[in-house]
Write a protein that binds this ligand. Structure first.
Ligand code: PLP
Length: 397
């Protein structure tokens, strides 16, 4: 009666989002309990010894396992269709833990070019320091994905859709290339979440999330998670337990609540974003709209095949360069001017002077980040209010 039995049926994604992983204490609480405790007590010296040695399953210390964190891990593992998950203190901790667990000095990573800025820093400043090398390729350069591999290539890493230009990679195709090279494919599934895209079902080996974004969905907590098969995850779990970038039980509980509405939110985000993108495409001051839900987008067919909807993030190019873009931002009255995303509140940012402000003009050109580009992570406000907020600035261009 108390615990959700994941094996009892082939549950739907909505059911898994609400119930997977839930265990109840003897109190019979309906909502998941938070266990804010650093350690756990034992009935006897023999039980303590058995738990420490691993002979007997059970909790010892919250850096290793915690019941609230475990509920979150099992829920996200069920949603992604993975055997096992491990929660981490942040999305970056999830990426770091995976690299530390699966790589050694001399190994090589192949990554897509337009990945999250801190991920590039993690690779360039820290992985390189320990003798790991990295090559970057364009998302859809499939010949390149194969050509840059070396004998020491262990990991392929990509984000799809890319930020902020909204290009896609064919996950199944890159997975095949990675496996042909004897490497594993990691997908950072932050933008789509398992509600829209399930990379493991397309051949990826590991999925990484910044739970800070859509898994929480309401901008409250920092956290991350890694999902994969039992063998890979044993390595990653080992790193997290020993080195300590563990997820706090309170944050895990917030994410559990977020996952309950994940499917609904991602559908609603996608509907709002698509309608806004279609409207933006008709505005004369907007030169270009990047959103894979539009029939005009070069990856529209791939997006339809690979995703169940198109997500919340879009970018536009307004006429008038930086001045035009800043005018639109400064004329908003409701949208949040911030580079964050993954929130029910719409956010707007000018990538060329914020998230991508420290890279060279040439690198920005290569990444397709123009001075007139704005990125909008569309939230759940009323569509007409979003249009009004943008129309005010567009009218001044
Ligand atoms: C935010 C983000 C991260 C890092 O997550 P944190 O929780 O901030 O550490 C990694 N990848 C992507 C795509 C992100 O948007």
């Amino acid at each position: 009666m108390n615990d959700f039995d994941i094996n009892a049926h082939e549950w739907g994604l909505e059911t898994l989002g609400v119930r997977a992983g839930q265990t109840r204490s003897q109190e019979g609480e309906h909502s998941e309990a938070i266990y804010p405790t650093s350690s756990f007590v034992f009935g006897s010296a023999a039980e303590a010894a058995a738990r420490f040695s691993g002979e007997e399953p059970g909790n010892v210390y919250s850096r290793f396992t915690n019941p609230t964190v475990r509920m979150f891990e099992q829920r996200i593992a069920a949603l992604e269709g993975g055997e096992k998950a491990v929660g981490t203190a942040s999305g970056m901790a999830a990426i770091l833990s995976t690299c530390m667990a699966l790589l050694e000095a001399g190994d090589h990573i192949v990554a897509s070019r337009n990945i999250f800025g801190s991920t590039v820093n993690l690779f360039e400043k820290y992985m390189k320091k320990f003798g790991v090398s990295i090559s970057y390729v364009d998302l859809q350069d499939y010949a390149g994905w194969a050509d840059v591999a070396t004998e020491r290539t262990k990991l392929y890493f990509l984000e799809t859709p890319s930020n902020p230009s909204c290009e896609l990679a064919d996950i199944a195709r890159v997975a095949e290339i990675a496996h042909g090279k004897g490497a594993k494919l990691i997908v950072d599934n932050c933008f789509c979440t398992p509600a829209l895209q399930r990379p493991l079902s397309m051949g990826a080996d590991i999925v990484i999330h910044s739970a800070t974004k859509y898994l929480d969905g309401q901008g409250r907590c920092i956290g991350g998670v890694v999902v994969g098969n039992a063998q890979d995850m044993e390595q990653v779990v080992g790193f997290v337990r020993t080195c300590g970038p563990s997820l706090s039980p309170f944050n895990a509980w917030v994410f559990l609540k977020g996952l309950e509405t994940l499917n609904l939110r991602m559908k609603a985000h996608s509907e709002n974003a698509l309608a806004l993108a279609q409207w933006l495409e008709q505005q004369p001051q907007v030169a270009k709209v990047n959103y894979s839900g539009l029939a005009s987008h070069p990856d529209h067919e791939l997006a339809k095949k690979q995703q169940s909807a198109f997500g919340a993030v879009l970018s536009i190019e307004v006429r008038g360069g930086k001045e035009g873009a800043w005018t639109v931002i400064d004329s908003t009255e409701m949208m949040s001017i911030t580079a964050n995303l993954g929130d029910v509140k719409t956010t707007i940012t000018h990538p060329a002077s914020t998230t991508h402000g420290r890279i060279s003009q040439q690198e920005r050109d290569e990444a397709g980040i123009t001075d007139g580009m704005l990125r909008i992570a569309v939230g759940l406000e009323t569509l007409e209010d979003l249009k009004t907020d943008l129309a005010r600035g567009l009218a001044k261009i």
